[in-house]
Design a protein around this ligand. Structure first.
Ligand code: GZL
Length: 313
């Protein structure tokens, strides 16, 4: 079952299929759903796979349980998107002792012994954070506000996740150059629209003069936009609060087009095909890289239209 939906896999001659156990961290966001779909689209029976997909509902202990299950089921490969970076040494050592290759996807693990995983597929979230900072520098210069006192609030993703760590670090590295940028508050909305709205409500109550919202994923951004609408605070292209978001899922690009989101820093969820390519190489005994970083873009009202037609997520 994944998100309560029976994953249809016809009865099959399992022995000639490559059995892949996937521990997906949750279904918290539009980005995550696109990420899961890209894995399902790549690891099909026709492509030679028997896919076992587990949704951990953003809880590390559920991922560890799922991985242990894959080990006892003797799957051929384990793929997992770690909800946070820490706490994986033990279960990864169990997988290594069972001689099951582990492919890490999307977020990263913080382990001393890199032999505990075969490869990592993901995005450069620190660069994403820097892209947001560099965009803000250009934007403020363009608006003639480069030396104005600027008040910033940040909706962070799941604390300790690669996406949160990278985006926070990358943006702060740019912000440090600007004494007139003031980060009033950074709080986690756990990458969900609900929490994003609640936390934004709270920050609006505490700070009258917010100039910039940096929201580390589109779902929290949409929650924050609802909070600003209900509070009667203007936002976006002509509003009091400039909105910087991450992920660039289709629904958010619609808001970029409307001028409600000023800029959306893409995080590319289409990573399933990389798993297929890597497994095929491993099956042939060929070497693979230790990491694969997927391409991504930055979207504003000026460029978003030309990308939207063939967008798959
Ligand atoms: C990014 C990914 C993050 C997305 C969120 O690599 O881990 O998790 O930015 C998702 O939308 O919840």
């Amino acid at each position: 079952l994944f998100r309560g939906v029976e994953i249809e896999q016809a009865p099959m001659e399992q022995e000639d299929l490559i059995v892949v156990g996937v521990s997906q961290l949750g279904s918290e966001s539009g980005w995550r759903s696109a990420h899961t779909l890209s894995i399902q689209d790549a690891l099909t029976k026709d492509a030679g796979y028997f896919l076992i997909l587990n949704n951990a509902r953003q809880m590390q202990e559920n991922q560890i349980k799922a991985i242990r299950g894959f080990i006892s089921q003797r799957v051929d490969y384990i793929v997992f998107a770690p909800v946070i970076e820490s706490g994986w040494e033990t279960v990864l050592r169990e997988a290594k002792d069972a001689e099951i290759p582990v492919i890490i996807i999307d977020r990263m693990v913080d382990v001393r012994d890199e032999s505990l995983y075969t490869t990592w597929i993901g995005t450069d979230t620190k660069e994403e954070g820097k892209k947001a900072g560099r965009w803000l520098e250009r934007y403020l210069r363009k608006m003639g506000r480069a030396s104005e006192e600027i008040n910033i609030v940040v909706l962070q993703g799941t604390l300790g996740s690669t996406a949160e760590l990278g985006r926070t670090k990358g943006f702060c590295e740019i912000a440090e150059y600007h004494d007139n940028w003031h980060i009033l508050e950074q709080r986690t909305g756990d990458f969900t629209a609900t929490r994003g709205k609640e936390v934004m409500w709270d920050m609006l109550r505490r700070h009258e003069d917010i100039d910039i919202l940096v929201s580390q994923n589109d779902d929290m951004t949409m929650g924050a936009i609802e909070a600003m609408q209900e509070a009667g605070i203007s936002f976006g292209e002509y509003g009091a609060v400039t909105v910087i978001s991450f992920d660039a899922i289709y629904d958010a690009l619609e808001l970029v087009k409307k001028g409600w989101i000023n800029v959306d820093i893409e995080c590319n969820p289409v990573q399933g095909a990389y798993i297929d390519k890597i497994i095929q190489r491993l099956e042939r005994g060929e070497p693979v890289e230790k990491s694969y970083v997927v391409e991504e873009n930055v979207f504003t009202k000026e460029n978003v239209e030309k990308f939207m037609d063939d967008r798959t997520y």
